[in-house]
Ligand binder design. Structure first.
Ligand SMILES: [Zn+2]
Length: 322
């Protein structure tokens, strides 16, 4: 006998993969720089191929996953970091989020006709051309007891890394250097990110005194040096499963007093469940529930993150509103 929906807390059948060293935090001692190296490894392929997206959209989504993994790993409390982009391009909606403990998910909505029209004109569109004009929002959600923090900026820049850098510069007044990559390799889809953040100097004293005639400080020089070194990173290195993260970071920053911290895991992690979806359904009046029925007896709800349909017998769902 089928379990009543309200008792069923089963997880959908989704990839159970965990990538142990997915996030590697680091900092450059005595310099106003901290960063994270993100590599999704086999998780990128498992998550991205679960959705039937065109390759260009898959590459964009993979970069979004690496970006939210990098941003969520800086959360100081339990919660999640979510990226939402809405535009008037062929990819009208892109959502990716990651929790403080590395649970990732995403979905993208694509108008395939509009995408084919774009590709006929330009076979290698930029992220900006895929998404068009619109808005990028980043939301930090730290649970019901904390206020949600959301910043929204217009889409600006050719690629997602530039858009995110623009977001931090304008919405958060925070200097960041961001590289994102996602591509099909011999081993399948891979995605990764290198993110540098400029932080206040140690004890707040590092930034203050200009050391050069043009007014730049030692901290300015240190930040510039770090970004110049980061710029030497290639996509091949970033996405190379056989090159360990500490070794890659050492290659880039060994002359900058690099300290590599304990790496953390990433995994697929949607928060949907049959029980949660029933909670949503119960908010509708009985009439609406009747209209949602297929074949008079079943309601189908799709989790867009998991790309999975959940079927509920209509008789199991009682409206809480009537
Ligand atoms: Zn889900």
């Amino acid at each position: 006998m089928e379990k009543p929906a309200f008792l069923d807390r089963d997880r959908p059948d989704v990839p159970g993969l965990v990538v142990p060293g997915g996030v590697t935090p680091f900092y450059l001692a005595g310099r106003p720089v901290r960063g994270r190296l993100i590599r999704l490894g086999i998780l990128a392929d498992a998550m991205l191929t679960r959705h039937d997206n065109p390759a260009q959209v898959t590459a964009l989504a993979g970069k979004a996953l690496a970006l939210v993994a990098a941003l969520a790993s800086a959360l100081k409390f339990q919660g999640s970091f979510s990226l939402q982009i809405k535009g008037d391009g062929p990819v009208s909606m892109l959502v990716a989020d990651c929790t403080h403990d590395g649970a990732l998910r995403f979905y993208a909505r694509t108008d395939e006709d509009a995408l084919n029209t774009l590709l006929a004109r330009n076979p290698t569109p930029t992220d900006k051309e895929l998404m068009g004009n619109g808005y990028l929002a980043l939301t930090v959600d730290q649970g019901p007891d904390m206020e949600r923090h959301q910043g929204i900026v217009e889409i600006a820049g050719d690629d997602l890394a530039a858009m995110a850098t623009h977001y931090f510069a304008t919405s958060e007044q925070h200097a960041c250097w961001i590289m994102l990559a996602c591509t099909m390799t011999d081993a399948g889809w891979r995605s990764g990110a290198l993110v540098l953040e400029r932080i206040a100097g140690e004890g707040g004293t590092l930034d203050t005194s200009p050391t050069a005639p043009d007014g730049t400080t030692q901290a300015d020089d240190n930040w510039e040096t770090a970004t110049i070194l980061a710029n030497t990173l290639t996509v091949g290195e970033l996405l190379d499963d056989t090159l360990p993260a500490p070794q890659l970071l050492h290659r880039l920053f060994h002359e900058e007093d690099l300290h590599v911290s304990q790496s953390r895991a990433l995994a697929f992690g949607c928060r949907c469940s049959r029980a949660r979806l029933v909670d949503v359904l119960q908010r509708f009046p009985e009439d609406d529930l009747d209209h949602m029925c297929v074949n008079n007896d079943t309601i189908v709800m799709t989790c867009e993150f998991c790309n999975k349909d959940f079927h509920f017998p209509r008789k199991d769902i009682a409206s809480a509103t009537s």
